[in-house]
Design a protein around this ligand. Sequence first.
Ligand SMILES: [Fe+2]
Length: 177
Amino acid sequence: MKFLSIDFETANDSLMSACAIGSVYFEGTNPESKNSSLIKPPIFHRKLKEENFNTPTEVYKKIPGIAKLVDVFAPDIGRVHLLRVDQGGFFPPHRDFHGVAPEYFRLLCVFGKCKPENFVHMLNGKPMYPDPGFLYFVNFQLDHSVFSFSDGLYALILTVKLNQRTTDIILKNTMAE
Ligand SMILES: [Fe+2]
């Protein structure tokens, strides 16, 4: 199995303060080569916020199921990530950037072949197996990682503004169970 692990660093909680990128190429469990580069962060006069990253993409337009879920939280939506992970793919342990909380929180929905035998999502040192199709609040500022043993795993991550309206949506749907 061959894979490339990439680590991207920011200098502070600004999304535009990229300062270093590192990568390690693995064949099996052996690191075959590694690289790292420093990046001079661009100087911006304003700090970008979540709401600067909510322009609808082609994926949003082409997959009605995703648009429907995102629209539930609009206009209180920030970045939305759709990740595909295949066999051997993984995210090494990390914490998401500090800029999310307390104004925003993140929700996770897995689908595709995300069954317990196909992947493990580690959160704060403990395995977590989200059921496909359900929306989970996950504190991604805790240490987390993902390991995949199958092709075709998908994860949708919504960044949502924390306010009365969005918490009401979640509580209302939780209570409906
Ligand atoms: Fe993460």
